[in-house]
Ligand binder design. Sequence first.
Ligand code: NDP
Ligand code: CA
Length: 314
Amino acid sequence: GFKCRKLNAVTKGCSDYVSSPYSLRVFQWNILSQALGQMNDHFVKCPDEALEWNSRKFRIIEEIVEYCPDIICLQEVDHFNFLKYILGTQGYTGVFYPKPDSPCVYISGNNGPDGCAIFYRTNKFDVINIESRILEIWRVQSNQVALLANLRIKETGQEVCVTTTHLKARQGAFLSTLRNEQGKDLLQFVSQHCGPRPVVICGDFNAEPIEPIYSTILSDEYLNLGSAYADCDSSSANSAAREPPYTTWKIRDEGEVCHTIDYIFYKKGCLEVEAVLELPTGEEIGEDRVPSFSYPSDHFSLVCDFKIGQKATL
Ligand code: NDP
Ligand code: CA
């Protein structure tokens, strides 16, 4: 009987969202690393000026703050100090964990390694602990990481566990096996640190819903996870079929890439999905796709409003 309200462009802006101790607005975004986006990705239809840091940095900030999230999970962050400074002025505290051998550091003019970041609203949460993990594949460390924050809502004492990750990129059967192994290690990592808290795991999983990792995540018996976007749609019994049509849409030399690889997973029972931000339409995105002057990353942001169920503390 639970029905999702879908947010749309009209509800952009903070006026309709009042943060309450019983709600959680989670923002998920691969912001596109400055070094990779400018030097590595070769987005063939994106004007060079749209990738210039001096203006792009403010479009990134605008995209984040206009939704007034309680929690911000970001990937491909290679300008953490800038984000920390600006988001600090907007009432957020942040933590960062870099990839062990980020491809960014091999690019001339780089600003250091890229990695995952979590920001939380400073006046809403106290931090309990922060944990990080270099994800393992068959017990060997990989070049991908996860970052976890256990937070306590000041007003109620309610605790939540938020984790973000950015899994191995590129297509192919072997790579999807590697991602599945990283996913298993991620679930193990979260299970080890979350206790009975409501759990949110979001990130760029670099895996479409048909990949093994998607079912691995949704079938974890201990964490009992659902996918927020899929669960806000009732058109099919199959979760994968209810995911949005794309979360990234870009044109490289090899051609157009349009698929769903970013997710917000959450612990069912503890959290209820109240609303998700709809993805922009193809018309809004435009035929040169993204990044562009309107969309500063090749990934779109995901936003989900959760209602927090019964109190769960350690
Ligand atoms: P990944 O395979 O996970 O990819 C790294 C980044 O590249 C991701 O942020 C990914 O973005 C992006 N990416 C994915 N597809 C493309 C594409 N077609 N063109 C451009 N960028 C893309 O890398 P790892 O972290 O596992 O590191 C391995 C990579 O790093 C190697 O491919 C190598 O190029 C580079 N590297 C180079 C070194 C050197 O020069 N000596 C040393 C270490 C690493 P997204 O997730 O959004 O798809
Ligand atoms: Ca990328």
